[in-house]
Design a protein. Sequence first.
Length: 280
Amino acid sequence: MARLIHNTVRAIGDGIVRAESVVLERPARALDCVGTPILVASHRRSGTHLTLDLLRRNFPACRPRMLPLENPHFSYLNLDRFEPSTTLPCTERESLRILSKSARPLLKTHAEPGFVDVAPERDVFVRALFEKSKTIYVHRDGQKVMCSMWTWRRVFDPAARVPFAEFIRQTDERGRSRVRVWAGHVRAWRDTPGVLMVEFDRIVRDAPALLAELGDFIGETPAIQDPPLPRSNTTRAQSYLSRLTGNLESTNQHAAGDRPPKPDEIFNDEDRAFFDAESA
């Protein structure tokens, strides 16, 4: 029932936003007409939304003009919406609308740099967007990523409702363990020219110095806020309120009580040996 109510409210809000957009927005007609985007790439559970929030909060050029009732996740363009498996497909016209919301629009992706899973009819658009962008790759300690992935996926994925040791050894269609997928993702982006690598811990512990580096990389002067990071949403009510008002603080949402275990609480000696071997 809760899911039905949530989907109904979202559908009504999206319909109203479409009507608002016709009257209030004048989106660019082509990719050449939008500002240089900033792409935040990462493996899942590595700080994607924390980085997006940091950029949006401290660089005025990255702050989008949100409409009342607009989905906060339309404050950035998710390139993974161009993959056939997505549950929220995106057209090029809708992309240009999102890209026109700020002088320096934000993008995100969990894909590898080849974007091999993008639908063929969107391939040229996505590659042009990538080539136009300044790309930041945020990475996190791999053992912490595994802990967070296990906690997060157990909410919606029955295959993840297994002991942790079994979870990290599960393989994809290419026979790669979750650890090997993570390690390959980091290496692929690290080896891509022109990408700024950012450690997750610096976002939390060294934000002012990091913001200066980010500013040099993207060519913008930060207006550092106190604190640099907004408070994450912990309830649906907070997300609904930001959507109702169009006053976006954070897209980084955590449900209460979903704290993942620390690596030293759940990795045994065999798990650590497996992790080291698979990530080498």
